[in-house]
Design a protein around this ligand. Structure first.
Ligand code: SER
Length: 319
């Protein structure tokens, strides 16, 4: 394998701000080019190349990819589920145009070999089997975000089949992280709850207490992403997107887990429009195809996550 030169689009976001650091330690800081339309956290900006870049501008994008001899792109920039419901057409344009620009350029530029693009459990809908949702199943998403992710999956698969672009993707569940908050998603509560528990000792949750959704802890999601990108191409049977998942919990489970560490922690449930989105998504995911094809594994449980979240959120907030 020649020297990899990696472009990250969306390096200031929840996934990008952590993936950038992990990729720099794998491939060397000088080979990982972090970009976003907004400023990224200090360690992303100071730890290697960082530049403001808009994926919607295809001329700037192709110029950047050629000038820096990019061999792999991680295209992470997207409008998440809750925000997309507020601005459906804008969300469709941003989520689709960005991906189409990346795919078109990867078709044209020989050196650019691999594209990672994140899909989501949002590709599933109310008619999908809710428990142990299989890799191949009914997919009728009812959210704009889910529609963009399903369309994106089909385009990734199309560019792979038709033009030989090595597209790789996972359907992330809700991601729990302490470095950068998500913003505008339906699973964001599982991050907010830790911040509010530490800062205020109380949390107002926008989902019902018993709404079960699949989640993963960010370090495991980052590891899985790099593992998929490094897997031999002939092992991969899926070029749309792989089901992956860690565990399934409800707001009440998070509450109890935090309460066993912070006795005075209190929660109030006030479901908003995101309840309907959450209700349309699976409770749990069957990720056996990812396990068989490229060895995906998740090991961490909620108790360990709560311990690490509380410790790191306190450190971040200097409490
Ligand atoms: N976490 C995302 C959201 O809630 C789903 O991919 O929008």
């Amino acid at each position: 394998m020649g020297k990899e030169r990696i472009l990250i689009i969306g390096a200031a976001g929840q996934i990008g701000s952590e993936l950038t650091l992990a990729l720099r330690s794998h491939y060397g800081s000088e080979n990982v080019f972090a970009t976003d339309i907004k400023m990224a956290p200090d360690d992303v900006v100071s730890g290697g190349p960082f530049q403001i870049l808009d994926v919607m501008n295809d001329k700037m994008l192709i110029h950047f990819i050629i000038r820096h001899r990019i061999t792999q792109v991680y295209h992470l920039a997207a409008v998440l589920s809750g925000n997309a419901e507020k601005l459906p057409i804008q969300a469709w344009n941003i989520n689709m145009e960005g991906l189409m620009n990346v795919l078109e350029i990867s078709k044209m530029v020989d050196r650019l070999k691999k594209v990672f693009w994140p899909s989501s459990i949002a590709v599933f809908g109310p008619t999908t089997p809710k428990k142990d949702t299989p890799q191949l199943t009914v997919m009728e998403p009812t959210t704009v975000y889910g529609i963009t992710k399903l369309a994106g999956e089909r385009w990734c698969e199309y560019y792979h089949r038709k033009y030989g672009v090595d597209t790789r993707s996972v359907r992330y569940p809700g991601l729990i992280s302490y470095k950068t908050e998500a913003g505008g998603g339906t699973t964001d509560y599982a991050v907010e709850i830790y911040y509010d528990a530490v800062q205020d000792g109380q949390y107002e949750c926008y989902l019902n207490q018993d709404t079960i959704l699949p989640f993963m802890f960010m370090p495991e999601a980052i590891e899985a992403t790099i593992q998929l990108m490094q897997a031999p191409r002939n092992k991969l049977s899926v070029h749309s997107s792989y089901n992956i998942s860690g565990f399934s919990y409800s707001p009440n489970d998070f509450y109890n887990s935090i309460k066993s560490n912070i006795q005075e922690f209190d929660i109030e449930y006030k479901p908003d429009f995101r309840q309907e989105i959450a209700d349309s998504w699976p409770d749990s995911i069957d990720d056996s195809v990812a396990r068989n094809d490229w060895g995906f594994r998740s090991n961490i449980d909620l108790e360990q996550i709560t311990e690490r979240m509380l410790k790191n959120v306190r450190m971040k907030l200097k409490l």
